[in-house]
Write a new protein. Structure first.
Length: 322
């Protein structure tokens, strides 16, 4: 019996060793956080902030790699196919992990089965903006202008299926208006064409748009939020005109399925701690970003709810990308 008991203990220790070593040695080399959008956007800003803070807290090196394309699908799909060892992560968004599954006819990954949600990092309000020369200074005036000229005006987004695209589609469905969609590869390109008048309307993250609004180069009409924002108290919320309207972007970090649970749990703990740091909170609040830092379970529940909600919007707006 004694030998059997010893053998059982030894076997248990051997089974636990790889997991313990994985957690204890991690990270022993560079960890890549894939941002599935171009540099300079909100996802990129948050990814780089997280890479810096995680590196400092975990005594390792975290870097960002931008892989844009297909509304975020290109970069995220690459992470889904990567070795599940914790050294390749991705900054997912409401687009890649809630909207795209409902709008793309064929997805290159399963946003639930192929990933382990680590933590929702932040929530980022979108704002409704128009070219400064457009004869609409309020939301009711914009709705009236669009109804009087169906299909005449265009809106830009950072890609088909992105949160900025679907925010406009939700607006169209709720107001019975019609605008042509012009997809771009980045928010920067959208902003430039909105400034020049190539497009007349856009929804974009407040982090990208607000400096141009403050400079008087773009006219902001409303926030795409249920309530007004502290950083823009004079700007009405779209919900004041369209009851129940909400189209907030969110960003979170994911590992591919199969990464040791101990590593995922440790990353989640560290991200939650980072989002509670006073320095992080202050830095993000200045950008109009709300830090979240959710648990794995909270993030998974949020993804499920958002997937259902945006699938319904896509169906009503007849948005389908082949």
């Amino acid at each position: 019996m004694r030998l059997t008991r010893r053998a059982m203990i030894a076997a248990a220790c051997l089974a636990a060793a790889p997991a313990a070593m994985a957690q204890g040695d991690y990270p022993s080399r560079v960890v890549t956080i894939v941002v599935p959008f171009a540099a300079g956007g909100t996802t990129d800003i948050l990814g780089r902030l997280l890479a810096e803070r995680l590196g400092a807290r975990m005594n390792g090196r975290f870097i960002v790699e931008n892989r844009a394309g297909a509304g975020g699908n290109t970069g995220v799909a690459a992470v889904a196919r990567s070795t599940p060892d914790g050294y390749t992560l991705t900054m997912g968004t409401v687009s890649t992990h809630a909207i795209n599954p409902g709008v793309y006819a064929k997805m290159p990954y399963d946003h639930i089965k192929d990933f382990a949600p680590i933590s929702q990092v932040a929530s980022v309000p979108n704002i409704l903006m128009v070219n400064i020369d457009l004869p609409a200074k309020t939301v009711p005036e914009l709705i009236a202008l669009l109804k009087a000229n169906p299909g005449k005006y265009s809106f830009g987004s950072s890609g088909a299926g992105t949160s900025t695209h679907m925010a406009a589609e939700l607006f169209k469905v709720a107001t019975g208006t019609d605008m042509a969609h012009v997809p771009y590869r980045s928010s920067g390109q959208v902003t430039q064409d909105l400034l020049s008048g190539q497009i007349q309307v856009s929804f974009d993250n407040i982090t990208i748009a607000w400096p141009h609004v403050e400079a008087g180069k773009i006219r902001a009409l409303a926030t795409a939020t249920p309530e007004r924002l502290a950083v823009a108290k004079d700007l009405p919320a779209l919900a004041e005109f369209i009851p129940g309207y909400a189209a907030t972007s969110w960003h979170g970090i994911f590992a591919p399925s199969g990464v040791p649970k101990e590593i995922v749990a440790r990353l989640s703990t560290e991200v939650q701690a980072i989002m509670r740091e006073p320095g992080t909170i202050e830095q993000l609040k200045k950008l109009g970003v709300d830090p979240v830092g959710s648990t794995q379970e909270q993030f998974a529940a949020h993804i499920a709810a958002e997937t259902k909600r945006w699938a319904e919007v896509a169906q009503k707006a007849n948005v389908k990308i082949e």
